[in-house]
Design a protein around this ligand. Structure first.
Ligand code: GRG
Length: 308
């Protein structure tokens, strides 16, 4: 562990029953996703089997957990937040299916299983990603809508995070940066869009589902932004320190693809310190909740300490 001072929130987060929270929320999200999606036998069954294959392949469900925890911090309910948590997970899974395609990162394993295109072929994998992206908006449109956040606001939030100025922009910059020398600033640009935008969107949507105040939304935005950045720094560290078996995807791919990462630019130790600093900033952003955002705090601490 680095010598950096940990936020006092890290202490209260340690007392939170996070394992139980993650297990129960993952089960609830899986049940809801199962109900929202067309059945595996709905015609044409190939596409529905492909969508379900990746969606239920054992993802950690961190974005839904963040969404539900943000709702709880604002006094909301799981039932109200659930369509939004599921919508974000569908977008996340679509992005992974497309990211694994030969034209992108070209990976054979994801979530400990063969990638979608390895099982269903490239054409169906592209379509399964497209269908999950579309499904996300169909699910989100079924949310209740709130006085401060009507359906229009919710759908805009999702579309912007997944669009060509955020998630896609990050992926474009990532692709174009491969094999080139990239500055820490350019790397931050990629991480903000490729990873932090959707994570932050999950947190904000959770708050919106509780009709949160502007001050609460502002706090959640700062939290989601910094946790999202820390998440990608840790992801890059795990890529060089963990095995493929542990990660459920091919380890060491970034260096092979000559991708710029925090460890490759700044080294492992500095990268760890940066992830800690970002997590502390995320804690600071939660001040507005006066200690009542313990699930979010525990999740931030968990994301920093995770080993897969
Ligand atoms: C439109 C053709 C086309 C492609 C879009 C946007 C995009 C492809 C890809 C970006 C996706 C990407 C790989 C982002 C990085 C975020 C990241 C570290 C994902 C891994 O998240 P985890 O660890 O995964 O939460 P699980 O499997 O547990 O859900």
């Amino acid at each position: 562990m680095s010598a950096i001072t940990r936020s006092p929130n890290a202490v209260s987060a340690a007392a939170f029953p996070l394992e139980l929270f993650l297990a129960t929320r993952t089960a609830a999200v899986n049940r809801a996703l199962d109900q929202f999606l067309p059945s595996a036998t709905a015609k044409p069954s190939t596409i529905h089997r492909a969508m379900r294959y990746s969606l239920f392949a054992g993802g950690k469900r961190l974005r839904p957990a963040l969404c539900l925890a943000a709702a709880a911090a604002c006094g909301g309910t799981e039932a109200q937040a659930m369509p939004l948590a599921c919508a974000v997970e569908c977008i996340h899974t679509y992005s992974l299916i497309h990211d694994d395609l030969p034209a992108m990162d070209n990976d054979d394993y994801r979530r400990g299983k063969l990638t979608n295109h390895k099982v269903f072929g490239e054409g169906i994998a592209v379509l399964a990603g497209d269908a999950l992206l579309t499904q996300a908006f169909e699910i989100a449109a079924q949310c209740r809508g709130w006085p401060r956040y009507p359906h229009r606001t919710i759908l805009l939030e999702l579309a912007r995070a997944a669009g060509s100025l955020q998630l896609i922009a990050g992926q474009v910059a990532d692709l174009e940066g491969e094999g080139n020398k990239i500055s820490a600033r350019q790397l931050r640009y990629i991480h903000e869009r490729k990873t932090s935008a959707l994570l932050c969107c999950a947190v904000r949507l959770g708050g919106m589902s509780a009709n949160c105040t502007a001050a609460q939304l502002n706090g959640l935005t700062g939290f989601g932004y910094h946790v999202g950045l820390a998440f990608q720094v840790i992801d890059d560290i795990l890529d060089v320190t963990q095995t493929s078996e542990k990660l459920g995807k091919t380890a060491g791919k970034d260096s092979k693809a000559l991708k710029a990462t925090y460890p490759s630019i700044l080294g492992l130790e500095r990268s760890r310190r940066i992830a800690e600093q970002l997590t502390n900033r995320a804690f600071t952003a939660l001040k507005v909740f006066r200690g009542k955002a313990t699930a979010l705090e525990a999740l931030a601490e968990h994301l920093l300490r995770r080993d897969r």
